[in-house]
Design a protein around this ligand. Structure first.
Ligand code: IFM
Length: 789
């Protein structure tokens, strides 16, 4: 049961939310959970990872590929669509669409049942809609689709129509290039093609090829479609689409099955339009030959492997179980398993929101899931930062600094897609000056931190030698040039920054930022030592000609000011003079709002003069550097900052869950965990900032849910040498069980109220030391160890 996410009934108000909730993907393609009869008005989208375009001076964003799954059904000439059905009669949110007199319009089909579901285990989306037509027939449409994990250019769909009566069935299916864009249109020179498959010209592959406006990158969507029982076919071409009309005489009780294999291939590595087109057509043809069942079973095999590396069992809490699996599902469908040239955008592959850009979300919120379950993906994510170092160096130079200042919103080259005016004022419609791009300097420290995490976890110095050390070094140089040496206090300070709490821009000595910078400097020094040993030539090159040398970085590391807990209260001030701001309660602040979407930060935002923060800031620091602070300090700061936190970012709640678990108060943390884990199930997240639509999926929260469960409630930590388990299960949970990869070995860990059980895989290269409670033990390959708690 806990593998299925299901919604019954059709509510037009929930189309956009369901588009996110029922997404499928394979890390290369993301396909929104819309229905086959939907078009751009319902926000259909096929997002290709790493393919971006800019039209004129509009925002640069991901390209939405032509929709190859579009399918419309006509029963005796009448379209069967949930959008046009006269009456909906299922589910809590059923919509009654009746004529003015309350009478049903009998000429229109009636939607008598509708359901959408996701099978998380196999990553398959299903829909079932039952229509009653004017002539009394009951026609059931079912579809099943997946983005193949085995063939990552492929989306496969099986679409079935079955009727209670004989009738004329027309299916119009094909590729629609008239797509939803926020800042498009991105695709030009669209050309359709129909290609005979071998000797049998009836079942040809159809294709749409186009190129992006800015870089002229080619993309082809090719579709092979087949109705097992045959029928009459006709190809229909329009300017922006190619479809086929399939006419079938339908017999009562005999399903008509259409199988579609849609290949989406883009020229990301310099391929020509011809090459891209040939590859897409070839892929669609091969898929057609293999058939739906083979394609599904090879796809499902991949997913079995993903789940065996990551699935978590929560005993005693079905809701949490499903939400946690769903969170991991969302991460799996966007993970770049086979590419180190792309990372994970803040809204995954769910559309063009946030410009498809990669934020610090990846390093700080998603990376741990991959580190502990699929370290090779974690390495890919960090190699993306190595490949985009050029963009980061250009950004630092643009602002007059040394080293690497990573993009706040990074796309494929590392150039910053973040604009200086990133939010619109809802009152005037005018763009507002925001300082995300210029002042969230912590991004460079977050990147270095991520690189070090991968190195420390895997114990493999290749990432450092393959460019990771250079990244860390360049980030440290950036901070050295950005920092300020206060001669009076004889310390380095970091002035004029924006920390995680974006409502307070341009502050001095943000505790989180300063602590992260300190860590970055340490990482750079250590990473450079590794580089010196592994590639002394490169080490010398990096230092040659630079006035910033390791001794400068060391000096800054040693004398950098990091705000300390107050001796009496234990509180850490978020930034200089934070306590001088108005201490208003959150509901009171909200009562001052004049518009539900008004932005609380920026120049005049209501929160800027108050202590209300957008998201975890000091508390995030306490989570990342947990060994540096006593439990009493963590508790005091949690208690102080939580009521002042709006949780206006989806990155916030999980951190409060983690720190609550860390301080032995898992029940405090549980509601924050649930909020994080259900964010894409409920759709209860901020949809607007100013007038900017920010809806989509929330991979950082998905990663946060995993962190809260495994690092928080199970209390697991691994520093590259030994693992520590300090469980703090919430009352609702009897046990949690999960697999992890630590130090190159595979382990299964079960934490219950009575005991911790650690099982090491027989093929592990070596044993590993675990600390559980007060005790320490070594777990040898193949060994199962039980420790009472
Ligand atoms: O990176 C976050 C930021 O911390 C808050 N605003 C949204 C961004 C993307 O998730």
């Amino acid at each position: 049961m806990s593998w299925i996410v299901r919604e019954s009934g059709f509510d037009p108000e929930r189309i956009a939310h369901h588009g996110n909730k029922f997404m499928i993907g394979n890390g290369v393609l993301g396909y929104r959970g819309t229905l086959e009869e939907f078009s751009k008005s319902e926000l259909t989208a096929t997002i290709v990872a790493g393919l971006y375009d800019q039209v004129g001076s509009k925002w640069r964003e991901p390209v939405n590929a032509p929709n190859g799954l579009e399918t419309n059904v006509f029963w005796n000439g009448t379209r069967l669509s949930v959008l046009e059905a006269g009456n909906v009669a299922t589910g809590d949110s059923a919509v009654k669409s009746e004529s003015a007199g309350g009478e049903r319009d009998r000429s229109r089909p009636e939607l008598v049942a509708h359901e959408q579901s996701l099978n998380l285990r196999q990553a398959v989306h299903r829909r079932r809609s039952v229509f009653r037509t004017g002539d009394g027939a009951e026609v059931t449409i079912t579809s099943e689709r997946f983005c193949s994990a085995a063939r990552t250019e492929l989306i496969v769909c099986r679409f079935t129509v079955e009727s209670s009566q004989d009738g004329e069935l027309t299916i119009v299916t094909g590729i629609n290039g008239d797509v939803w864009d926020i800042n498009g249109p991105h695709l030009v020179r669209m050309e359709s093609g129909a290609h005979a498959a071998g000797d049998d010209a009836t079942w040809e592959v159809v294709s749409l090829t186009a190129s992006t406006q800015e870089l002229g990158l080619p993309i082809t969507v090719a579709e092979a479609a087949e109705v097992a029982s045959g029928g009459e076919h006709e190809v229909l071409r329009e300017d922006l689409s190619i479809r086929r009309r399939i006419h079938v005489r339908c017999r009562a009780g005999e399903p008509v099955v259409l199988v579609k294999a849609v290949a989406v291939v883009a020229g990301l590595e310099g391929e020509t339009a011809n090459q891209v087109q040939a590859a897409a057509i070839q892929s669609a043809r091969e898929a057609r030959q293999l058939g739906y069942d083979r394609l599904l079973s090879e796809h499902a095999e991949y997913w079995e492997r993903k789940w065996s590396a990551s699935d978590i069992i929560v005993v005693g809490d079905d809701e949490a179980q499903l939400a946690l699996r769903y969170s991991m599902y969302q991460l799996h469908i966007i993970a770049p398993e086979r590419s180190e040239k792309v990372s994970i955008p803040a809204r995954g592959l769910s559309g063009q929101v946030y410009k498809g850009a990669v934020f610090w979300d990846t390093e700080m919120f998603m990376l741990p899931f991959f580190l502990y379950t699929q370290p090779e993906v974690a390495r890919n994510l960090m190699m993306y930062r190595v490949h985009t170092l050029g963009g980061a160096k250009r950004k630092a130079a643009e602002y007059g600094y040394e080293g690497a200042f990573y993009a706040w919103e990074s796309q494929e080259t590392g150039e910053d897609a973040c604009t200086l005016f990133n939010v619109n004022d809802v009152f005037t419609g005018r763009p507002m000056r925001t300082y995300f791009r210029d002042k969230q300097v912590h991004i460079s420290a977050d990147v270095a931190y991520g690189i070090w995490q991968v190195y420390a976890f895997t114990g493999d110095d290749r990432l450092l030698l393959d460019g990771g050390a250079e990244v860390a070094w360049e980030c440290a140089k950036f901070f050295y040039s950005y920092g300020y040496f206060n001669p009076r206090k004889q310390r380095y300070e970091i002035l004029d920054v924006t920390g995680p709490d974006e409502y307070h821009e341009r502050v001095n000595n943000n505790a989180f930022t300063n602590r992260m910078v300190k860590e970055c400097l340490r990482i750079a020094l250590d990473a450079m030592e590794t580089l010196k040993r592994g590639n002394s030539e490169r080490y010398e090159q990096l230092l040659a000609g630079s006035h910033i040398q390791p001794e400068h970085i060391r000096d800054m590391y040693e004398r950098l000011y990091v705000p300390e807990p107050d001796a009496q209260s234990g509180l850490i001030e978020q930034f200089d003079r934070y306590y001088a701001l108005e201490d208003v309660a959150l509901p009171q602040l909200k009562s001052r709002m004049l518009h539900p979407h008004e932005y609380l930060g920026g120049g005049n935002g209501l929160a800027t003069t108050t202590q209300i923060l957008k998201q975890a800031d000091v508390v995030l620091m306490l989570h990342l550097f947990k060994d540096d602070y006593d439990p009493a300090i963590k508790k005091a700061n949690w208690a102080y900052y939580e009521p002042r936190t709006e949780h206006g970012s989806s990155l916030s709640a999980c951190i409060y869950a983690l720190v609550a678990a860390d301080t032995g108060s898992p029940d405090w943390g549980y509601p924050y965990f649930m909020r994080t884990a259900t964010i894409d199930l409920t759709g209860d997240a901020k949809q607007y900032v100013g007038d900017l639509y920010i809806g989509g999926t929330h991979p950082a929260a998905n990663g946060g849910a995993w962190m809260a469960a495994v690092l928080g409630f199970a209390g697991l930590r691994y520093d590259g040498d030994k693992a520590v388990l300090r469980p703090a299960l919430p009352s609702a949970w009897q046990a949690i069980e999960f697999p992890v990869r630590l130090g190159g070995g595979s382990y299964r860990i079960r934490v219950s109220r009575e005991e911790v059980v650690i099982t090491a895989h027989g093929d592990n290269p070596a044993g590993l030391r675990f600390t559980v409670g007060e005790g320490e033990l070594a777990v040898a390959p193949g060994q199962e160890v039980r420790i009472p708690v």
